[in-house]
Design a protein around this ligand. Structure first.
Ligand code: GDP
Ligand code: MN
Length: 361
């Protein structure tokens, strides 16, 4: 947190060719997109759908971030695809590079080992930088200073359902801190010590953590053996390579991530070094933070947002929602998994859906 975010190191550009949106937004919210120049057409594919299903009615702005300079072509062809203002920023310095305490030789060795073990992205340094950035930095980028809510978007994702309400205002009106559409297992080999490190953090900073005895506690979503282990690894046999719940496609409150609690958790993890010595993903990190810090009433499963990030899709199966969507509900991740997995898994799915959200591995 010692990085001076207002040092002006990150160039801020507004390349909007359109008149500013006439809406005065009820909520200060933004789409945030980390992307590379070569993903131009894949991100336009996502943007077109996001605009058609939702944002053409609301004109929320976009922040595009990159560890390289965006090309003029990228800026022109993304700005002309969307209805909201666009901002383009660079990610560098402490947000992207190794912190000084990281032993680079040890990190190189860890990547070589994971590459040999054929762990997905196991040999990639850029993937680790990305996960660390998404875990602890994107919400501190100066371009996001003015916003309270964000919706993360990636290249090549799809949105299937017309949304006729303001999702961000819904978050604010209901005091929601975090929302998601899909959850599944993380690859266990990528987070061997994340659970133990998180438990150590909780012992060291009990004042930050919502007690498990609190009726709003979400802790039982991530463990079923009184915190001895992550429950994720037992959830789904078809994803037993994973140990944690992986959230793909999520909308959250920046205030949650900018909180003292969350930052102390991120800093703790960052000093332990698992983003580089293992391959900790931002999804399990965010999920554990949600389970530690937030109440049930502050998280929301967006059942009405039909969404695909390969190879999985969330497609609503309720009659009244189907009419607003064009995905096939039979291909819904949960519907499909429930049809093919064990009774224990089906029971778990049912239990979690009655908690106001589907939390499945
Ligand atoms: P996956 O979904 O876990 O397979 O990972 P992705 O390759 O989709 O990366 C997650 C997000 O980070 C996407 O929005 C990518 O565009 C972005 N991303 C990943 N690596 C880099 C990188 O090295 N540079 C930039 N600028 N964006 C990246
Ligand atoms: Mn992706």
């Amino acid at each position: 947190v010692d990085y001076d975010l207002l040092s002006g190191r990150v160039p801020i550009g507004d390349h909007s060719r359109r008149p500013p949106a006439t809406n005065s937004h009820a909520v200060k919210a933004v789409f945030v997109i980390l992307v590379r120049n070569h993903d131009l057409y894949n991100i336009r594919y996502s943007l077109r759908q996001l605009e058609d299903r939702f944002n053409k009615k609301y004109n929320y702005p976009y922040v595009f971030l990159n560890d390289d300079e965006f090309t003029e072509e990228f800026k022109e062809l993304t700005t002309s695809t969307v209805s909201g203002k666009t901002y383009y920023g660079k990610v560098d310095g402490p947000m992207w590079n190794y912190p000084e305490w990281i032993n680079v030789t040890k990190a190189d060795q860890a990547r070589a080992d994971m590459e040999r073990a054929k762990v997905i992205y196991g040999g990639s340094l850029s993937y680790r930088r990305m996960c660390r950035f998404q875990s602890g930095w994107f919400f501190r980028h100066p371009l996001l200073d003015q916003f309270d809510y964000y919706w993360r978007v990636e290249p090549s994702v799809q949105f299937y359902c017309d949304l006729d309400y303001d999702v961000f205002k819904f978050m604010a009106d209901n005091k929601l801190k975090y929302g998601w559409t899909l959850s599944l297992h993380e690859y266990r080999e990528t987070i061997p010590t994340l659970w133990e490190t998180t438990r150590q953090y909780m012992r060291q900073y009990p004042e930050y953590v919502l007690p498990e005895s609190d009726p709003g506690s979400l802790w039982d979503w991530v463990t079923e053996d009184k915190s001895a282990s992550y429950n994720g690894c037992h959830f789904w046999s078809n994803f037993e390579v994973g140990a944690s719940l992986r959230i793909v496609g999520w909308i959250g409150s920046i205030k949650f991530l900018r909180s003292e609690q969350y930052l102390s958790y991120f800093n703790y993890l960052d000093h332990v070094g698992g983003f580089f010595y293992e391959r900790w993903g931002d999804a399990p990190v965010h999920s554990l933070a949600v389970a530690m810090f937030l109440r049930r009433s502050e998280v929301h499963f967006f059942n009405d947002i039909g969404y695909r990030h390969e190879p999985f899709m969330h497609c609503p199966t309720d009659r009244e929602l189907i009419t607003k969507c064009y995905c096939n509900p039979n291909d819904n991740f949960v519907a499909r998994s429930v049809g093919t997995t064990s009774r224990a898994t089906r029971r778990r799915t049912r239990i979690s859906s009655t908690r106001g959200g589907l939390w499945v591995g």
